[in-house]
Design a protein around this ligand. Sequence first.
Ligand code: HEM
Length: 406
Amino acid sequence: MNASRQVIILDEISKLATKQEQWEPFSWYKEMRENTPVYYDAEQDVWNVFSYDHVKRVLFDHELFSNKKERSLIPVPRQMDSRSNVNLVDPPEHRKRRALLAQAFTPRSLKDWEPRIQEIVDELITDMERAPVVDIVQKLAIPLPVTVIADLLGVPSRDRNRIKAWSDILFLPYNLEAYDDIEEQKGLAMKEFAEYLYPIVLEKRKHPADDIISDLTKAELEGEQLTDEEVVMSAIGLLGAGNETTTTLISNMFYCMLFDQPGVYQELRADLTLVPKLVEEVLRFRFGATIDRKVARDTDVFGPEMKAGQVVVAWIGAANRDESHFARADAFDIHRPGNQQHLTFGAGPHFCLGAPLARLEANMALASFVKRFADIRKVDGLNLNDHLTASATGQSLKSLPVGLSL
Ligand code: HEM
């Protein structure tokens, strides 16, 4: 099979052509939920589901919808398919691998990390005070997650720009025109990232410190320690998974406050306990995530006959706007009961391991920001197109100027 046929290209399914359409895919989601909630794309031989219940079933039912996939939206590079990778595996095997990472997170509970995360947040916010307009993506949404995850792993945070650049490339979505170029970029990023981490892993094996890489060098899987290569690959996985997603969440919080519900900022100023509700509503309202699985055996659970080996894509962003689950789903409403039932962190066995960390970072950043700045405002003449870029979650913000009042 041609390598490019192993990659599923989402834009070829949605046919959403412009950046703007891809940033606001919600009317297309609605059309699909209402007209073809189980849609077969013959060109790529891919099933697509859009309703809340179907998406949740795909994520939960690992016996029918397996993670052992040959074709994928963002294929995991071959080097990462090691016995410590949590991605390409189903329960019960998956449980052992996941426990390994969970174990690596345990010695310092998130509570222990709060002071350090607060320090990073305070530094970034203090830096913004001098300017009347800041680019919130570059000044907060990008540096916060990469600095935190580098710290947790025990990698020098002064290298955060390089770490960020490599992990962005590894998560780049494919498109048909630039397939070979993207593939080459990913190969190179993987090689450089691994070469950078390798000596750090060797050093931590000799002199363990209080960080996740050190824990991974000591952790055992079926009675054997992980090899240096396996630790390197696990570290790349964590550095990548925790980065772009959390950046998207923080950027989107500001977009929602400015454009989806102007005025909500003053509500937060008056009552800081609303901050976590805003974070959850942003996760529900504005996250174009998609997840793919392989159909494990012939089934008609969703109506049409799906064949073993075919791929199914679960459109999480569409499920999160499903009216049969969230009343007035297209309204941004931080007071919505049950908004945390969104599927943005997945569901079932592969539920995001880093969800508590992502939530903590977003909540701490927003609470500190709201305490510091009296108001935020849109800048005149903003052309959204100039601020969007393709990413694993669809179009995402590469920059967003925000006017600030102290
Ligand atoms: C807003 C931020 C985040 C979002 C939206 C997000 C989303 C997701 C989703 C949807 C999955 C499930 C994938 C699947 O079912 O195939 C997942 C898994 C995972 N996430 Fe996150 N994530 C975020 C932040 C993080 C952070 C900060 C980490 C940090 C270390 C992380 C680590 C992981 C890991 C290790 C898995 C694999 C779990 C498994 O397969 O058992 N994520 N994430």
